[in-house]
Design a protein around this ligand. Sequence first.
Ligand code: SAH
Length: 361
Amino acid sequence: MPQTSLLPDIAGLERQELESLLREREIEAYRARQLFRWVFKRGVTDFAEMTDLSKSLRARLPELFRVSRPAVVGREHSADGTAKLLLELDDHRRVESVFIPDSPGQTFCISTQVGCAMRCAFCLTGKMGLARHLAAGEIVGQVRVLAEEIGLLDARFNIVLMGMGEPLHNYDETMKALRILGDQDGLAVSPRRVTISTVGLVPALERLAQEPYMPNLAVSLHATTEAQRDLLVPLNKKYNIAEVIEACRRFPIKRRSRITFEYVMLAGVNDSREDAKRLVSLLNGIRSKVNLIPLNEAAGIPFSRPTDERVDEFAQILADRHLTVSVRKSRGRDIRAACGQLIVEETEKSAGQKLAAAMPT
Ligand code: SAH
């Protein structure tokens, strides 16, 4: 019997890749469609259960392929309906994935890395640093597990790449994952239902602009002067506001669509009337909407959340100048599932404690 982990993982292959691997092994290419339906639509990973395949094929497949599935090692449910899953990957590394109901649709918030290399000053995930990038199959795997757990395999849902990590820093695996998720014989997620959120890696934004599978774009701006953004988003020293905004101006925005600019609000740092006015002029001429995210506070994050009045006043200044603005309601804060709160304890001991805490009593 071959060592399982060295076999190609069906959960991380595009259908054309699977078709050519099947052909190389003298198996009909149309079997790829059947396999996709089992794995992605029905959540079946055991070849023995794939009853529309011949018995001999069912017996042969385990020697040729494997189907990975992240293991659910923790579940937490928030009072507001948000659910956070702690998932363990084949190498025992862990990531968090979040389900946010009625926001307005059903939304899955997915990670693209274990940790994150961007180290934004107000984000807990950034504190972990980057442990490793996720493979396409692991990105897709989070969606499969969430859809199975929540019972949404046959339903429509949205995907936001706003979990742990910076999707454009793991460009190839992220885009491959989106193509797998979009496959008509798989979960068939339309790109219109997917949003990539990025801190603004300009060369990757330029690549994204050429993609045939074009998701919605959200850009984490968070500041209106270069000096201010240098402090909050270290990547600004490499790709500054001016360059990020230029890349957004060139970005081919789909008809009736817009770029979302995310703006974390930090009391006394970037929440003044002047900031609001500068934000309006920065976005002048871009089909945009602004999503204000009042900081989710956490121990170790040296900033505080502005008052609701301050947030409303800021939003009003934008609205008065004809910008579409929304304030992100933070969901799942009681289970640390809100933006910037995803962090995975690295030691076995704390992971165990966390799991114990998540168990229903
Ligand atoms: N790397 C991507 C995805 C990050 S998470 C990006 O930078 O866009 C999605 C959003 O949550 C980002 O806008 C991020 O800046 C924001 N965020 C991070 N920490 C936060 C916190 N503590 N409170 C509120 N929002 C936060």
